[in-house]
Design a protein around this ligand. Structure first.
Ligand SMILES: *Cc1c(COP(=O)(O)O)cnc(C)c1O
Length: 493
């Protein structure tokens, strides 16, 4: 079956209806908040339910999600999320909790979090976990703060973070946000160049950030030696856990001697993502760093769960309340459901990846090594001979009912295509993807260059979308009005 997005013209709900103005919120908070922070009348669409339902159903048909088909967006682990996890996280007893409730009334929620921390400790091979961070990048930021607090506690002020040139863009960004200088290490055959690492680390190195398998899908076999080099320099080893889907139950960052780890619950553990919704990026550490974790810590005393704020070395809070609780519940349900079988998730993810890679070997060039883990990177360089680029190929895949892979990352591969099928695809789906790739290669380049033809929108100007962001009704209307006024004055002139 080939999925096609629907093509609708769907106006914004507030367009084409006279809004009702609601200023209750403002009135009710008078005296509670400074008046200059209060918003005036809130404009709400005044529409029958039927129109609102139509609006959102039509929009959903213009979308592509993990429930529609193969979504091989490398590094993002866009796997199918079992619906039972959504069901459990939206149960009244979960969804209707209030973060300000007394601890005695949320013992069950604290038990879930406490147990989830322990399960992540086991999966990660680490000693303690905080669930607070809201995303992978936020976990990196938290981890870098822990690194800084650790070095300061030893009377050292180290200023540099080292990372390989295959690193995800969030790694250098997180390090820089904590105030570190970033040193980019060139890779050798797609992996860490051990000699270059030796030369790069010094008593100024706070940490080395690495993901294993790395973003090329290659397992860093020298990881134990890498850990020794980093530790001998007095630095910490940080694990970017976005690629955990490749190794669960097989090995762990702890066994590889990493000191700090983040998890992407929304990638590995069943929370839908990609639309910018809530995620979670728990951070785990080995024993010697436990004191630096954010407060509060959930502790169990006399069969009661309590929140412990009495942690003098803690870096403080990194997120309001408890983190994104509904995401944590999904992860809890997912891990409980699989139990010891979690390792089969990784086995199947790696098998699917290598099956797909094998099927695409004669379609694309494959730089660096042969066997991959959960994802692999191809080069679309040969497309240039036909006047095409990787982006054209990616857009054409949409016409075949597949989401495009990640393109142009990692940066060290020319015209990169980064493909991660995940464990939730069947062999038939993988075969259909291979067939589509082969067919696109034999098509008239003009058809590929002007793709997509069968999507809700034609080629989107991505630079304009990134630079000219219109993300609220107010800015949308402002833009429209200034456009309108501009046109009116042109007409007058
Ligand atoms: C997704 C990803 C991140 C960042 O995680 P977010 O949850 O998107 O902030 C970091 N590193 C790698 C390798 C990733 O794939």
């Amino acid at each position: 079956m080939r999925y096609h997005q629907a093509v609708h013209e769907v106006p914004i709900l507030l367009e084409g209806c006279a809004p009702i103005v609601d200023d209750r919120a403002g009135r009710e908070s008078e005296g509670l908040l400074p008046s200059d922070l209060l918003r005036g009348g809130l404009e709400l669409p005044d529409l029958p339910e039927r129109e609102v339902v139509k609006h959102f159903i039509n929009l959903s048909q213009m979308n592509f999600g993990v429930d529609n088909g193969l979504y091989p967006l490398g590094s993002c682990t866009m796997k199918y999320n079992p619906k039972i996890c959504d069901e459990i996280s939206s149960m009244d007893t979960v969804a209707h909790l209030h973060p300000l409730q007394d601890v005695s009334t949320i013992q069950g929620a604290l038990a879930i979090m406490f147990e989830l921390e322990n399960m992540l400790c086991e999966i990660g091979g680490i000693d303690a976990v905080t669930l607070q961070p809201a995303a992978g990048a936020h976990g990196e930021f938290t981890g870098m703060q822990i690194a800084r607090a650790y070095h300061e506690s030893r009377g050292e002020s180290r200023s540099e973070i080292v990372l390989p040139d295959t690193a995800h863009g969030t790694n250098p960004a997180s390090a820089a946000m904590v105030g570190y200088d970033v040193l980019d290490l060139p890779s050798k055959d797609g992996c860490v160049d051990v000699e270059a690492l030796k030369a790069a680390v010094s008593d100024d190195t706070a940490a080395f950030m690495l993901t294993n398998p790395n973003t090329l899908g290659l397992f860093e076999k020298e990881v134990v030696e890498i850990a020794d080099i980093v530790h001998e320099a007095g630095a910490l080893l940080y694990y970017d856990g976005a690629n955990l889907n490749a190794i669960m139950g097989k090995t762990s960052p702890g066994r590889m001697d990493f000191d700090i780890v983040h998890f992407n619950l929304h990638k590995t553990f069943a929370t839908p993502h990609g639309g910018g919704g809530p995620g979670a990026g728990p951070v785990g550490v080995k024993q010697h760093l436990e004191g630096f974790l954010p407060v509060p810590r959930i502790v169990c005393r006399n069969d009661m769960y309590e929140l412990d704020y009495d942690r003098p070395e803690s870096i403080g809070k990194v997120k309001a309340f408890y983190g994104n609780f509904a995401v944590l519940v999904r992860a809890y349900a997912y891990i409980k459901m699989y139990g010891r079988d979690l390792q089969h998730v990784s086995e199947q993810a790696v098998l699917n990846s290598n099956y797909l890679k094998q099927g695409l070997m004669d379609v694309f060039e494959m730089p660096y090594g042969k066997l991959r883990k959960h994802e692999f990177v191809l080069s679309g360089r040969a497309l240039k001979k036909r006047g095409l680029r990787t982006m054209d190929f990616a857009k054409r895949l949409l016409d075949y009912g597949f989401h495009a892979p990640t393109v142009y990352f990692p940066l060290i591969v020319d015209e990169a295509l980064m493909i991660e099928p995940t464990e939730t695809e069947t062999k038939d789906n993988l075969d259909a993807f291979i067939a589509a790739c082969k067919q696109i290669m034999s098509e008239d380049p003009e058809i590929v260059r002007s793709a997509p033809h069968n999507a809700a929108r034609r080629r989107i100007d991505e630079v304009k979308a990134a630079r000219d962001m219109i993300l609220s009704w107010r800015s949308y209307r402002g833009k429209k009005e200034s456009h309108h006024n501009g046109q009116a004055s042109t007409a007058r002139d």
